[in-house]
Design a protein around this ligand. Structure first.
Ligand code: NAP
Ligand code: ZN
Ligand code: ZN
Length: 347
């Protein structure tokens, strides 16, 4: 075991405090990573506050992890000491079910070992995430970081990037599609960049007037302020796809009215409470609602390589570890441009 430290919460209302814990020494297939940066995802807020239920404490959140390999096991082939490496939302899975065989480990039918707030495959050992100095992960669940990318701006790709890339690919979104991105935060700004890079016409649907300029700078072609009176009626029947990344309660039915005939709303946001769905809003235009969960390891590597090829990275605000409470407050207010990334050298 190696002693390390991170920042943890101890229940749903406790503040973050310094937390000392152990990481396993690298086994023969493991990579030990000195964590340099970790992105702050809204899922970290949901889970530290137990908004999804079943939270495990103490909890060290963080699943947008980048760093340098510090030790490797004897069987490790993909990495050598000193390489850049990354870890996303899960660190293991059953490896034998139908989903795992299809490189869709995030949908493992038996047990996906989440990077934090989860148990290892022994169903006993808690996992601790990236708001920490060190992590040890099987190389099969560790990503190579193309060296042309800037590490702090890569971190958010490990969740916000893959979570938006995967449904864009699944639904074959590109030229000829008009796509709306609903909510310009961490996931939203990556959805804009990726959808634009794939050739789609992109509109941002935002509740924040001040984000219009930034939306255009990110590459969006249009901006709709959804809080403006008449915004929904004026923009009815416009979009082939809506990528819904909203983390708070909202009127899904109103947004469905913006879809064209046969349009699809892809829901990625996971608000605390269930949303109310009026069936009439689906029936009227043969609309579909579909979910999507992060992405498998193979697709995450493909996304990182795609981002390197197209020079796509997140827009980040780098923060010290002890800014985390303020960062959460600002994210809840929608005041994020567009991902907070913690510099692990600050504690
Ligand atoms: P974030 O950075 O906080 O962004 C969320 C954005 O939603 C806000 O910036 C805001 O954008 C918009 N918004 C907030 N309240 C709203 C409301 N009441 N009505 C309409 N829009 C509102 O969050 P994130 O990290 O991108 O995560 C977004 C959600 O995705 C979270 O629920 C997270 O848990 C979930 N998530 C899901 C997956 C998955 O695999 N499916 C993976 C990661 C995260 P505007 O200011 O532009 O309105
Ligand atoms: Zn996330
Ligand atoms: Zn499985």
């Amino acid at each position: 075991m190696t002693k390390t430290k991170g920042y943890a919460v101890h229940n749903a209302t406790s503040p973050f405090t310094l937390f000392h814990f152990d990481r396993r020494d690298p086994g023969e297939n493991d990579v030990e990573i000195e964590i340099l940066y970790c992105g702050v995802c809204h899922s970290d807020i949901h889970q530290t506050r137990d908004e999804w239920g079943r939270s495990i404490y103490p909890m060290v959140p963080g699943h947008e992890i980048v760093g340098k390999v510090s030790r490797i096991g004897s069987n490790v082939k993909k990495f050598k000491v000193g390489d850049s490496a990354a870890v996303g939302c899960f660190v293991d899975s059953c490896r034998v079910c139908h989903s795992c065989h299809q490189h869709l480990e995030q949908y493992c039918e038996i047990h996906t070992v989440q990077t934090y707030n989860s148990l290892e495959n022994d169903l006993k050992t808690p996992t601790y995430g990236g708001y920490s100095k060190l992590i040890v992960v099987d190389e099969q669940y560790t990503l190579k970081v193309p060296e042309s990318l800037h590490l702090p701006r890569v971190a958010p790709l490990l969740c916000a990037g893959i979570t938006t890339y995967s449904p864009l690919r699944y639904w074959k979104i590109g030229k000829g599609h008009h796509v709306a991105v609903m909510g310009l935060g961490g996931l939203g700004h990556m959805a804009v960049k990726l959808a634009v890079s794939m050739g789609a016409e992109v509109t941002v649907l935002s509740t924040s007037k001040h984000k219009e300029q930034a939306a255009k700078q990110l590459g969006a072609h249009h901006f709709i302020l959804t809080t403006e009176p008449g915004a929904f009626a004026k923009n009815a029947n416009k979009f082939d796809f809506i990528i819904n990344v909203v983390a708070a309660p909202h009127d899904t039915n109103a947004y469905l009215s913006l879809l064209k005939l046969d349009g699809v709303m892809v829901v990625l946001g996971a608000p605390e409470k269930p949303v109310e769905l009026n069936h009439h809003c689906l029936i009227a235009k043969r609309s579909k609602i579909a979910g999507s969960l992060i992405g498998g390891i193979k697709e995450t590597q493909e996304m990182l390589d795609y981002c390197a090829k197209h020079n796509i990275m997140a827009d980040v605000e780098i923060i010290p570890m002890d800014y985390i409470e303020q960062a959460y407050q600002r994210m809840i207010k929608g005041d994020v441009h567009y991902r907070f990334v913690i510099d692990m050298n600050t504690f």
